[in-house]
Write a protein that binds this ligand. Structure first.
Ligand SMILES: NC(=O)c1ccc[n+]([C@@H]2O[C@H](COP(=O)([O-])OP(=O)(O)OC[C@H]3O[C@@H](n4cnc5c(N)ncnc54)[C@H](OP(=O)(O)O)[C@@H]3O)[C@@H](O)[C@H]2O)c1
Length: 265
């Protein structure tokens, strides 16, 4: 029997990219899925495909930046699954602008509210059920949660906040049996860059960022599920990310230079 078979799972940000891939791969393993995002039409398509693959799947419209939506989402997930084993907190948005060029500072509120508070709200309302099952929180962070990313300052800040929060919570939850996996993908081929907020707060729509060498969403989802199955604390997904975090301790200037070059500065 597969590790995920029959597991009751909620995934935020399941209407596209990594979240949709996670749903597809978990459906093939016969997990019981509650899928959340704002675009209900796209989300329902993912849920339909999961059902066709033989899994039970429910689509729930939820904006994770709203506490009330997260409360209602977890209530529905627990009802649909008859409990909850796994909460995958994946919903997120990015931004792309030098800090000084940002004309609308509310970009910072939007990113913190979605990427950070969205995970906090979902955790708060998933916890009672996760404690009952001694389940797991899987948090989709980024390499930007481990290092600064010039031109993505609000994004990196929101992802760093996830690490501070979940590393603290891990200690508080130790005795309860609830475990936490933080995953840090490098670049993944999804819509995240087109949807990223630009200096005026509107979606970028296109990017000139070199995406060669990016991971596929399918491979990223596969690695997230593997880290989950193995009960890892943290999964850094690229060799450069793994080496970089140690190298930064000894040659931070060199790492800064490499990161600047990578973002085209
Ligand atoms: N792609 C990369 O290079 C990369 C690298 C590292 C980390 N990540 C992280 O991976 C996660 C998934 O991103 P992705 O690359 O798969 O991008 P994506 O294709 O743009 O998917 C983002 C998902 O988040 C959902 N979402 C955004 N805002 C939301 C909100 N307020 N409430 C509920 N759902 C919301 C979107 O659905 P709706 O628009 O329908 O709400 C969508 O399903 C993010 O946390 C991202 O930071 C991505």
């Amino acid at each position: 029997m597969d590790f995920f078979e029959g597991k009751r799972v909620v995934i935020t940000g399941a209407s596209s990219g990594i979240g949709a891939e996670l749903a597809t791969q978990l459906a093939a393993k016969k997990a019981r899925l509650t899928l959340a995002a704002r675009n209900l039409e796209r989300l329902q398509e993912v849920a339909n495909a999961c059902q066709k693959a033989g899994a039970a799947a429910l689509a729930v419209r939820a904006d994770v930046s709203r506490e009330e939506d997260c409360r209602a989402l977890m209530e529905q997930a627990v009802k649909f699954g008859g409990g909850l084993d796994l909460a995958i907190l994946n919903a997120g948005i990015s931004m792309y602008s030098r800090f000084e060029d940002i004309r609308d500072l509310s970009i910072f509120n939007t990113l913190m509210q979605t990427n950070f508070m969205g995970a906090v709200y979902c955790t708060r309302y998933a916890l009672p059920a996760l404690k009952e099952s001694k389940g797991r929180l899987v948090v989709v962070s980024s390499l930007g949660g481990k290092t600064g990313l010039p031109t993505r300052s609000a994004y990196a800040a929101s992802k760093h906040a996830l690490h501070g929060f979940f590393e603290s919570l891990r200690g508080e939850l130790h005795a309860s049996g609830v475990r936490i996996t933080l995953v840090c993908p490098g670049p993944v081929l999804t819509e995240v860059r087109q949807r990223a907020l630009s200096s005026d707060g509107t979606a970028l729509g296109h990017t000139s960022i070199d995406e060669s060498g990016s991971m596929s969403a399918a491979e990223c989802a596969r690695r997230i599920l593997e880290a989950t199955r193995k009960g890892k604390r943290e999964e850094i997904m690229t060799v450069a990310g793994k080496v970089g975090q140690y190298a930064r301790l000894f040659v931070p200037g060199v790492i800064d230079r490499i990161v600047r070059k990578r973002v085209g500065l």
